[in-house]
Design a protein around this ligand. Structure first.
Ligand code: GTP
Ligand code: NA
Ligand code: MG
Length: 290
């Protein structure tokens, strides 16, 4: 099939950068809620995901990644499910070890980046230093003749945020991001938790469309989708490619990082889940014998 005949889908954008450089604050500004202040100690404990609807009618799906080193594995997965990385660098702190770490992940996943120089509202901000530090680390920014877009922003005042959205859409158009909207859906579990409403998993849909009543397998768990909820916890009828949704209807919670595959019916979903369980047990047996 000719890939250019597939429908365009929203870009999936992962926010990366050094601890406290303002990743969550930027996202929070975009979604206009207050998860930063709700988080214990202001440290992101897990990956959050949400899709924003722009006034243009376009959509962008954002993934937040934790600054904590223990979540390195999830971050690596983040780089693999994402279309682009927003590298957040605080204007008063410049390039730091986790900035370089994020760059490494983006490069190894062959994912293009946009640099967001954040906290430009601060008196101690030094944008030129950030630019030269990035260039010194091989980032080919447009100011120095390269093609990596650099946007100056403040998650606090909102300065430059419209430019950041514009840069994302520009890159997205260049990448020409498309996916099938029908056929068996495929996605990834970004996080999973037990809430009063039941077991909930945030799933990023990469192709196909998920709807209530669909049978899916995530890792070794089969489920029939009871309902889908968007970032605002509002029930939606469907989750098309490039969007993140909360899925309810799990008997067991799936693991973050599990791949989600739609199955044509309950039998096939259960068989697939059972088979994966068997594979895992076999691998464990082999590991024990070795
Ligand atoms: P981790 O998830 O822990 O890695 O941190 P983070 O990158 O998500 O940073 P976070 O959004 O938690 O912000 C860290 C601190 O910087 C908080 O105190 C924010 O209020 C502050 N901050 C974030 N963005 C800005 C900004 O644009 N300007 C100013 N002045 N402060 C900011
Ligand atoms: Na923080
Ligand atoms: Mg954070």
């Amino acid at each position: 099939e000719d890939p250019t005949s597939l429908p365009l889908r929203p870009p999936v954008v992962t926010i990366m950068g050094h601890v406290d450089h303002g990743k969550t604050t930027l996202l929070d500004y975009l979604r206009k809620s207050s998860i930063v202040s709700q988080e214990h100690g202001g440290i992101t404990q897990h990956i959050g995901a949400f899709s924003v609807n722009l006034s243009s009618g376009k959509q962008i799906t954002f993934l937040d990644t934790p600054g904590h080193a223990a979540f390195l594995t999830m971050r690596q997965r983040g780089a693999n499910v994402t279309d682009m990385v927003i590298l957040v660098v605080a204007a008063d702190d410049s390039v730091k070890p986790q900035t370089l770490e994020a760059l490494k992940h983006a490069r190894s996943a062959k994912v293009p980046i946009i640099v967001a120089i954040n906290k430009v509202d601060k008196d101690s901000a030094n944008v030129e230093r950030v630019k030269s530090d990035l260039a010194a680390n091989g980032v080919e920014i447009e100011d120095y003749g390269g093609d990596v877009q650099v946007v100056c922003v403040s998650g606090k005042t909102g300065q430059g945020m419209a430019d950041l959205e514009e840069s994302i859409l520009t890159l997205s158009e260049m990448l020409d991001i498309r996916a099938e909207t029908d056929g068996m859906a495929e996605g990834w579990v970004l996080e999973s938790s037990i809430k009063p409403i039941g077991r909930v998993a945030t799933v990023l849909v990469k192709r196909g469309t998920l709807r209530p009543g669909d049978h899916i397998v995530a890792g070794r768990v089969a489920a029939k989708i009871r309902s889908l909820r968007n970032e605002a916890r509002i029930e939606v009828d469907e989750a098309p490619p490039g969007t993140a949704v909360e899925i309810l209807g799990w008997k067991e919670p799936p693991d973050a990082g599990d791949q989600v595959l739609q199955a044509p019916n309950e039998d096939k979903a259960k068989t697939a889940a059972h088979y994966r369980q068997e594979l895992k047990e076999r691998a464990e047996n082999i590991a024990q014998q070795a």
